[in-house]
Design a protein around this ligand. Structure first.
Ligand SMILES: Cc1cc2nc3c(=O)[nH]c(=O)nc-3n(C[C@H](O)[C@H](O)[C@H](O)COP(=O)(O)OP(=O)(O)OC[C@H]3O[C@@H](n4cnc5c(N)ncnc54)[C@H](O)[C@@H]3O)c2cc1C
Ligand code: SF4
Length: 328
């Protein structure tokens, strides 16, 4: 492991000052970063612990919810407002990792956790463009059962592993950032980037920028939401695929719908095509399947993950049908 210094920030200003050092990294619960440091995939020389920053989960003036970036995943999932008004978020978090890891992991760290592509973690034995730009990608012809079918490139086919982020994408969450250049806010759906020729760049975060909070807009009164994760084991496994959905049905027609997919792309994948087809149309199983077919029309499966295409279509249909049944 590369030697590093450790400091604990007392507030956001101090965190940003310390985080401006060369090769500094912010430290949340450490459940991903420390593993990557042990494997020497990440080599920060300064760790700035940000777990002492805001853990607040509070209603905002517009009726939405503001969640501090240092809030633990378990605290968010247990929060009453989250459980009652954003069940998709509570379900997604509880579908991830284990109780012990959720007790350590923070919201900021979850958003910035890195792919679980095994070649990425294998510093000594595998080629990986994300870890070492220009080196090649051993996943493309290798074991790629868990890899992407949408949004990938010839440089990298890794998926974003977070369950929580899939729910945040469906909820139209906003990420609040603060850095040496000031504060800004961007939609979560625009926060993660697709790999293109530069898979080492995964987000729009600038050097030294800190995630300070997540904002959720107020949910529509009649909307229902849910999360379904399909995985190899019932617990302690990352998603093969997952679906987060928010559905608002009025008189049998789709008034509003938001669908996000996990385990299929290098970022939480918002299913805009499917949503566009569904809005204003009938809330029926047939319409849900037709929309899912349209969303997956451009899927480009690898030799090991063709099964994901049908699995995603069926899971979108099942989740939306169940929500429509709840609303009817
Ligand atoms: C065995 C195991 C199983 C898991 N299973 C799942 C699963 O099924 N589903 C799932 O979604 N996840 C799963 N995870 C991943 C887990 O959710 C993440 O490791 C966790 O959310 C990361 O949060 P953290 O606070 O520990 O981040 P850290 O490890 O501390 O940091 C991760 C990254 O975020 C950066 N960072 C942290 N906070 C901030 C901030 N405020 N601003 C800017 N940068 C920041 C760090 O610099 C680092 O780059 C699993 C992890 C393990 C070890
Ligand atoms: S898929 Fe991406 S992360 Fe995995 S080996 Fe290829 S370049 Fe690396």
């Amino acid at each position: 492991m590369t030697p590093f210094t450790y400091s604990r920030a007392r507030d956001t200003t101090e965190a940003i000052r310390l985080g401006a050092a060369d090769c500094a990294k912010y430290l949340g619960g450490g459940t991903n970063l420390i593993d990557l440091m042990r494997e020497t995939v990440e080599r920060p020389t300064a760790l700035v612990d940000v777990t002492g920053l805001s853990t607040l989960i509070e209603e905002s003036d517009d009726g939405g919810l503001l969640i501090g970036a240092a809030a633990k995943n378990s605290a968010v999932a247990e929060n009453l407002a989250v459980r009652q008004r954003y069940p998709v978020l509570a379900k997604a978090i509880l579908a991830g990792a284990s109780a012990q890891i959720r007790n350590m992991a923070t919201v900021g760290g979850n958003i910035l956790q890195r792919t679980r592509c095994t070649y990425f973690y294998d510093e000594d034995g595998s080629r990986c463009n994300k870890r070492t730009p220009g080196q090649g990608c051993d996943a493309i012809d290798g074991f790629n059962r868990i890899h992407a079918i949408l949004g990938a490139s010839s440089a990298c086919v890794a998926t974003h592993p977070s369950d929580m982020c899939v729910a945040l994408a469906a909820l139209d969450a906003t990420v609040h950032l603060q850095g040496p250049g000031g504060a800004r806010s961007i939609p979560l759906t625009a926060f993660h980037t697709l790999p293109g020729e530069r898979p080492q760049i995964e987000t729009v975060l600038q050097p030294g920028e800190l995630i300070t909070a997540i904002a959720l807009p107020a949910p529509a009164a009649a909307a229902r939401s849910s999360y379904r994760k399909v995985r190899d084991r019932a617990s302690y496994a990352f998603a093969l695929i997952s679906v987060a959905a928010v559905l608002d049905v009025e008189d049998g027609a789709v008034k509003d719908v938001r669908v996000a997919l996990g385990g299929v792309a290098p970022k939480p994948w918002r299913a805009h095509k499917a949503e566009g087809l569904l809005r204003g149309g009938p809330a029926t199983e047939r319409a849900f399947m037709a929309a899912a077919e349209a969303e997956l029309a451009d899927a480009a499966p690898l030799h090991g993950n063709g099964f994901k295409v049908e699995l995603v279509k069926r899971t979108i249909t099942a989740v939306l049908s169940a929500l429509a049944g709840e609303v009817a």
